[in-house]
Design a protein around this ligand. Structure first.
Ligand SMILES: [Zn+2]
Length: 401
């Protein structure tokens, strides 16, 4: 019995009374549909006009609203199906309808290649696929012409780009790799010991409050900074050590234009004998000029961090207004909020207590460290005013990088 004959009878008339038989019947229809399509695709068409014709014939045979095979299946199999079999027949019919999207004319045209036939008397007597070779612009015998303009450009693939955070992170890494630093990473789910105690942040410190930090349990926290990598790296490698530790950190902040519960940091650490504050200033000055431009000047101010002593903050002269705070017309600069300076990172000489936790003798070794926000660097560098843009996956934003 042909498919046409089958779809002109009800499933009861076909002797289909149980679920297995329903499954088998639909499998047969589906196989027929796929093989008819495959025949057309592998045969190809001699011209795009012929291709359109063939596509329409196959499409109408299956999908024509009035007399198509699917319309018959709906009418003869689904509608009169018994109460027991109806849900299954309905589901199978729906699956079949979904598969049949491949028979829509546009889909078929995309799948069927146009081939220029080389006449049989010609050497090789092969079909030359234009799509594959792009060379059969004129047929050797001159008896058949090729439809379509082969000089038109092809379909353009949308290209992704590197996320601004990744881009900035790599730039920072490159500068320090050039100075002989190596990259270290650590876990994002961290013990309270590595995240706090080992960094000289005692239990009474407000940063340890669960209002500020995201705890997994009493002793486990999503790291609030990349600083625990300092301790892990010192314990793993010992001194001397020159490392950069980029990664994600987490704090209990509500998302707004300048806060995100997940953000990115880079931690830098240099430990050796005779490391002084002059090394810190020299390195960070070099880094800021490399990253923001040679004209940039740096300024260091005293600050406080539990894990460094003394501690400082680094500001750079504004690379947009060159430190003037306004442009030539006297309009105030929004990058530096008219101050002429932009605060970019924290730094300091590593607290001896931290070296002890890292297993390094503070009598023999000293070191300096810095920490900066990659998100903030990217915002400053690209003049972005909302940190949320980094994490919203909006193509219009991301395509700009
Ligand atoms: Zn400025």
């Amino acid at each position: 019995m042909t498919i046409e004959e089958k779809v002109s009878r009800t499933i009861a008339e076909l002797g289909v009374t149980d679920p297995q038989a329903v499954e088998a019947l639909f499998a047969e229809v589906r196989a027929a549909m796929e093989s008819e399509r495959q025949v057309l695709v592998s045969r190809g068409a001699a011209s795009s006009t012929e291709r359109e014709k063939a596509a329409k014939v196959l499409r109408d045979r299956w999908l024509a609203r009035k007399n198509g095979l699917l319309a018959h299946i709906d009418e003869k199999w689904l509608k009169p199906a018994s109460k027991e079999l109806k849900p299954l027949v309905g589901r199978k019919f729906n699956e079949l309808r979904q598969t049949s999207a491949l028979l829509e004319i546009e889909a078929l045209i995309r799948a069927i290649p146009v081939r220029a036939k080389v006449s049989a008397s010609d050497a090789g007597s092969m079909d030359v696929s234009i799509a594959a070779t792009g060379q059969a612009l004129s047929t050797p015998t001159g008896t058949e012409s090729v439809d379509g303009d082969l000089t038109l450009p092809g379909y353009r693939q949308r290209l992704g780009s590197i996320h601004p955070i990744t881009r900035v992170q790599r730039e920072i890494e490159d500068i320090f790799l050039g100075l002989g630093y190596s990259i270290e990473t650590g876990p994002e789910v961290e013990t309270a010991y590595y995240n706090f105690d080992a960094l000289n942040i005692p239990a009474t410190h407000p940063a340890r409050d669960d209002m500020d930090s995201l705890y997994v349990d009493a002793e486990t926290v999503l790291r609030t900074h990349t600083s625990p990598v300092q301790i892990r790296a010192l314990r793993k490698h010992g001194a001397p050590l020159f490392i950069l530790a980029p990664g994600k950190a987490y704090r209990r902040d509500n998302p707004d234009a300048t806060h995100s519960p997940m953000f990115h940091q880079v931690e830098g650490l240099a430990v050796d004998t005779d490391i002084t504050f002059a090394d810190l200033k020299g390195t960070l000055d070099f880094f800021c000029r490399k990253f923001f431009g040679e004209k940039v000047r740096t300024s260091f101010h005293p600050s406080y961090f539990p894990f460094t002593e003394p501690s400082g903050e680094v500001s750079i002269s504004c690379f947009v207004c060159d430190g003037a705070g306004s442009d030539a017309l006297g309009r105030s600069c929004r990058t530096c909020k008219a101050s002429g300076w932009i605060e970019v990172m924290g730094c300091g000489m590593i607290h001896p207590e931290v070296l002890v936790h890292g297993g390094v003798d503070p009598e023999r070794y000293s070191g300096w460290a810095f920490g900066l926000g990659i998100d903030r660097f990217a915002m400053v560098k690209y003049d972005i005013h909302d940190i949320q843009l980094f994490f919203q996956s909006d193509m219009r934003f991301l395509e700009q990088f």
